[in-house]
Design a protein around this ligand. Structure first.
Ligand code: X5A
Ligand code: ZN
Length: 684
């Protein structure tokens, strides 16, 4: 079943602009939409999307979030003189009106709701709406921060009302706090609102104390509002990803949404004059990918901010291309998060530990330390303090972010074959897979090697053929002719050894070996860093503890969904991202006890690594899993796990211990600020 990606755009939304001088609003220009759309067309992405027309929202839809008085007031703006418009504008903060903005604001809502309708009815899998004006700052009875109506908040209410959606996740990756969305759902446990935002200890617009990490929601909604304040500018890809791994994703998976809405502002990208952050456009490919297996893949991205036209256009393309299912680029230059980001992560995890099982064992924030709350003079993030990596001192005190340069994101070419499978006779090749057989590639050299290494004693023709297939498949993946693959083997352990050895002979390779379930894993092969082995099982770790051997022991093995998910999100993914493999070898041991939907989640998530080059090995008798596995490899979103219960306390503890042990080697596992440096003005 092929399902597309919707793109919703209409030139009409470019037909309003700032008509007077206002330095606070001058960046919000029609070109934002024009360049974003042009880039999608130029890169052939617009053509690959299902194009859906916009419509005007009805009054009733506006009233899902806004007051009648406010709607009536905005309704009068098309008839106002310039002077009237300026005066009307004055009652709100950092926003402007134009005779045509009311029309555009209704189209922006309508575009968003069209997207929700098409995703909820299954006409498309996911999509993006390119809209102006943005929405996340607007409130019940107020325009604010370039926003007139709250597109995403209205969409959440609409989905609940029209489709009976029980849980909506709103991910606001815009660099500003969507306080309008927060106010709207503060006491509503059916909407989980997550926002990170430039904050600088309340020195950055909109300068609200309720944007801090301790605004967690109210009454029944307590715990369902997650704020991550950035107290310095210059945050990078690893800071963003660390927050996803250690804050957003664990909570999101525990929440189990049936719809994901993204307030997709790109002022959080490098070069933006408002955000002054340093995350590169390709990070949005990862952020998008990491959300695409929630809610059965039902994801609606809606444009909010983004004011550097180059950065904006590139980031929009990265997002849409990911929604379309193209391979995600290698994550670049990931170190650990900086001290300031760690401090924020530490604080938000601690503030939410009473609400989320996944955070139950999060470290408390030092109670004596009130420094994160102090209204300090805005600090620049200096390269110096970045964890583990030395940077040159910035030449200017005031970094000119608009002059920032970064390489254009590399093209993301999809290999001609998406998913290949080598299956034993009698197992049908799943739809969409290319059947891979040894006759295609009888490589005598490889054959000889295999015989030499694995069959000194026995002479099993079938097994040899399978291993031959495996090697040939790996070679084709290395050449980027095949994206990923699935091989069923008689002896999964032997096939795993064979694959590891094959990969190790190629000079450039780093292999992330993920073993799921009990069974012998090659714990000795990991010393040179060419292989990182993560095994999730119920058996007590054996063998050498090393940086490259990570045995994750869960008491019930892989059968506990919550514990397993926590291990994947908080441990495996950050390790994998920091390791940055060329190949992911995913091995399912016999009788792993893992349920199919969790396996599909794992398979889907791991495709954010190694440009999607995943090779799955499973035991021959697991025929029933071939279909679901192939489907995940082909990019079909995994089914939702629904809300997750609490993992076993002992599992949480052992995961924490493991994370603690590995933190010195793997910076992306860190979740707490270094003691002493937390919140201090004095750095280094
Ligand atoms: C949608 C958005 C920003 C407003 C900034 C006002 N608004 N200083 O990014
Ligand atoms: Zn913004």
């Amino acid at each position: 079943m092929m399902m597309g990606t919707a793109l919703i755009y209409d030139e009409q939304m470019t037909k309003y602009k700032l008509l007077w001088v206002d330095p606070a609003c001058k960046v919000e220009v029609p070109e934002r939409l024009i360049v974003s759309h042009e880039a999608l067309v130029r890169n052939g992405l617009a053509d690959r999307c299902v194009s859906i027309p916009v419509r005007e929202a009805t009054d009733a839809e506006v009233l899902l979030v806004h007051s009648e008085e406010y709607l009536e007031a905005v309704k009068r703006t098309p008839y106002m003189s310039l002077g009237d418009l300026m005066e009307f504008t004055l009652q709100y903060g950092d926003v402007y009106f134009h005779p045509n903005i009311y029309h555009c604001a209704k189209l922006a809502i309508g575009a968003t709701l069209q997207l929700v309708d098409n995703v909820m009815t299954g006409r498309v899998r996911n999509g993006m709406a390119l809209v102006r004006p943005p929405g996340h700052h607007s409130q019940h009875s107020a325009a604010n921060g370039f926003c007139v109506f709250n597109n995403v908040a209205i969409a959440a209410q609409y989905a609940k009302q029209k489709y009976g959606t029980k849980r909506v996740l709103i991910v606001d990756w815009d660099v500003h706090h969507g306080q309008g969305v927060q106010y709207c759902f503060e006491d509503d446990p059916s909407v989980l609102y997550f926002s990170w935002h430039r904050y600088e200890h309340q020195n950055f617009w909109p300068m609200l104390k309720e944007s801090d990490y301790d605004s967690v929601g109210k009454d029944k909604g307590a715990g369902f509002n997650i704020n991550v304040p950035w107290n310095k500018v210059g945050m990078e890809n690893s800071d963003y990803l660390a927050v996803f791994f250690h804050v957003l994703l664990p909570a999101a998976y525990e929440f189990g949404p049936d719809l994901v809405l993204v307030s997709a502002g790109f002022d959080s990208a490098i070069g933006d004059p408002e955000g002054k952050m340093c995350a590169t456009p390709d990070v949005f490919a990862h952020l998008t990918h990491l959300l695409m297996n929630l809610a059965g893949g039902k994801l609606c991205a809606v444009l909010e901010g983004g004011y550097n036209l180059t950065s904006l256009a590139q980031s929009v393309c990265q997002t849409v291309q990911t929604l379309l299912g193209d391979p995600v680029p290698r994550p670049t230059e990931l170190g650990g998060p900086c001290e300031s980001a760690l401090e924020s992560i530490h604080c938000v995890r601690s503030a939410h530990k009473q609400y989320w099982s996944c955070l139950k064992h999060a470290a408390d924030r030092p109670t004596s330390d009130l420094s994160t709350k102090l209204f300090k003079v805005a600090e620049q993030k200096s390269g110096e303090e970045r964890n583990g990596v030395e940077h040159k001192e910035k030449e200017n005190e005031e970094m000119n972010t608009e002059a920032a340069v970064w390489p254009e994101p590399p093209k993301r070419l999809a290999p001609p074959v998406h998913t290949a499978s080598a299956l034993p006779g009698g197992v049908a090749c799943p739809d969409g897979c290319k059947c891979f057989s040894s006759s295609e590639d009888p490589n005598p050299f490889v054959l000889g090697e295999l015989r030499e290494n694995f069959f000194k004693e026995s002479e099993d023709k079938d097994a040899l053929t399978t291993l031959c297939n495996l090697s040939a498949l790996l070679e084709r993946m290395e050449k980027n002719e095949i994206r990923n693959g699935l091989v069923l083997v008689r002896d999964v352990s032997m096939a795993m050894m064979c694959a590891v050895q094959h990969a190790a002979t190629s000079l450039t390779n780093r292999v992330l070996l993920v073993c799921v379930g009990d069974g012998a894993a090659p714990t000795h092969i990991t010393e040179d860093g060419k292989t990182l082995l993560v095994q999730i099982s119920s058996k007590e770790p054996e063998g050498q503890k090393s940086k490259y051997y990570v045995p994750v022991c869960l008491r019930k093995g892989c059968s506990d969904m919550a514990g397993f998910t926590q291990a994947v999100l908080g441990l495996l993914l950050p390790l994998g991202y920091e390791y940055d493999p060329n190949l992911v070898l995913l091995v399912r041991m016999p009788d792993s006890g893992l349920c199919e939907s969790v396996w599909q989640q794992l398979t889907g998530l791991l495709q954010g690594l190694a440009q999607g080059h995943t090779l799955v090995l499973m035991q021959e008798d697991e025929k029933a899993s071939v279909g679901p596995t192939a489907s995940s490899l082909l990019g079909t979103p995994a089914p939702s796990l629904g809300p997750l219960g609490a993992p076993l306390p002992e599992d949480v503890e052992s995961l924490e211990r493991l994370r603690h042990r590995l933190q010195a080697d793997w910076k992306l596992l860190q979740t707490t600020a270094a003691p002493g440096s937390g919140g201090s003005d004095q750095r280094d």
